[in-house]
Design a protein around this ligand. Structure first.
Ligand code: NAD
Ligand code: GLY
Length: 363
């Protein structure tokens, strides 16, 4: 039984979530991809030594001959040159159209491996085995794959859904606390966009979540995946509703472009969500200031930033905001909270409200 099902017709797939699932990886893949006899296991230099052998052994035990390849940890591996090297590994491992690529790692390994799977032999199956919280609640689900160009992140890619996702929450025990907190920013996002009760749960469980409590982690991964699965099922190629997943990302991406060398994606999204809440209040979209207060409180307790980096002038973000990939004809479509659990997407946000929102983030 899957824990969450992503309903996309012929491209539907299960997400399995639990503690200790890595040892059952082979059986789960075998169940879902009965023709698969060969796999390329892609991991990174941090995750490989921790979990590579368990994953490889589980696949082999299920009768899947597995070659393993390790890329350097970090965003720099999400490149066309790394993809080229993986195509060579696919050929060497004699993968055919029934073989699978298994992505064991965070969003970097998942996006890169998914892109290689989407393009090698015009598409072979792939399996997401996310090991960061961000990957378990976000990047492993929904089929966005891709690599970066020197000109910008994720500029080359494809929508290509995995055959299954296996999220073992036990792997999060070795995740550095800063990475765990950054993943929690996306979890908070799901509460704000769709589910006020879930936001409440996260507020109550902050301590347990940061202490890696498996039951609390399982619940947040499961609910986050359910919300993302519902949104993706309704709008797989981001023609409309899926844009709500970008709550906090307009200012977040601008911060990431400007300060990504010192802040993680989730940290930028945390500040971006606070900015969006303030802008929504100044635009008369938010019904009151309560969400803003709640957001700041929960993000601070998670150890996430809620203000701009020291000494940064909000005006410096202007050019980066205009570069937002989600802008249509140069007009930014903002995801604005009305209240906890409900957002709207609108281009109608007064420039004054944006200025106010950004000024309020200055230290
Ligand atoms: P990441 O893959 O770089 O992982 C973060 C760090 O944690 C790395 O150093 C990694 O080696 C290490 N790590 C991973 N799992 C670990 C574990 N269990 N124990 C110890 N260390 C571990 O980063 P990320 O935050 O997972 O993902 C970021 C990437 O995801 C970005 O490239 C971003 O563009 C992409 N992304 C994609 C989507 C999507 O929908 N496809 C959504 C959001 C983000
Ligand atoms: N991370 C946003 C999306 O998958 O659409």
């Amino acid at each position: 039984m899957a824990d969450v099902w992503v309903e996309l017709g012929e491209q539907s797939y299960p997400i399995y979530i639990g503690a200790g699932l890595l040892g059952r990886l082979g059986a789960l893949v075998r169940d879902r991809l009965p023709e698969t006899r060969r796999a390329l296991l892609v991991t990174d230099s941090n995750v490989g030594p921790l979990y590579g052998e368990t994953a490889r052994a589980a696949l082999e035990e299920a009768g899947i001959a597995t070659s393993r390849v390790t890329v350097a940890a970090g965003e720099a591996s999400k490149s066309l040159s790394q993809a080229f090297s993986l195509y060579t590994s696919c050929v060497r491992a004699e993968l055919d159209r029934t073989s699978a690529i298994v992505a064991l790692g965070g969003g970097v390994v998942g996006d890169l491996s998914g892109f290689v799977a989407a393009t090698y032999m015009r598409g072979i199956p792939y399996v997401q085995v996310p090991t960061t919280l961000l990957a378990q609640v976000d990047s492993a689900v929904g089929g966005k794959t891709g690599v970066d160009l020197p000109q910008g992140k994720n500029l080359v890619g494809a929508f290509y859904q995995p055959s299954l996702v296996v999220a073992d929450v036990e792997t999060l025990k070795t995740l550095p606390r800063r990475e765990l907190a950054a993943g929690m920013a996306e979890v908070v996002k799901y509460g704000v966009i769709r589910d006020e009760e879930f936001l409440k749960y996260v507020e109550v469980q902050v301590g347990n979540l940061l202490a890696h409590d498996p039951a609390a982690l399982e619940r947040v991964v499961q609910t986050s995946c359910r919300i993302k699965a519902d949104v993706v099922a309704a709008d797989p190629r981001e023609k409309g509703l899926r844009a709500i997943l970008n709550f906090g990302h307009t200012v977040g991406h601008a911060l990431e472009a400007a300060y990504g060398y010192m802040w993680l994606h989730g940290e930028c999204v945390a500040v971006g969500m606070v900015a969006a809440a303030i802008i929504a209040r100044h635009s008369g979209i938010a019904e009151d200031g309560r969400l803003e207060v709640r957001l700041k409180r929960v993000l601070e307790r998670l150890g996430l930033p809620t203000m701009l980096p020291e000494g940064v002038d909000p005006k410096d973000l202007g050019p980066y905001l205009r570069m937002d990939k989600k802008a249509k004809d140069g007009i930014i479509h903002w995801v604005m909270p009305v209240r906890a659990g409900e957002v709207i997407v609108t281009p109608k946000v007064a420039p004054d409200a944006i200025r106010w929102g950004l000024e309020a983030l200055r230290r």
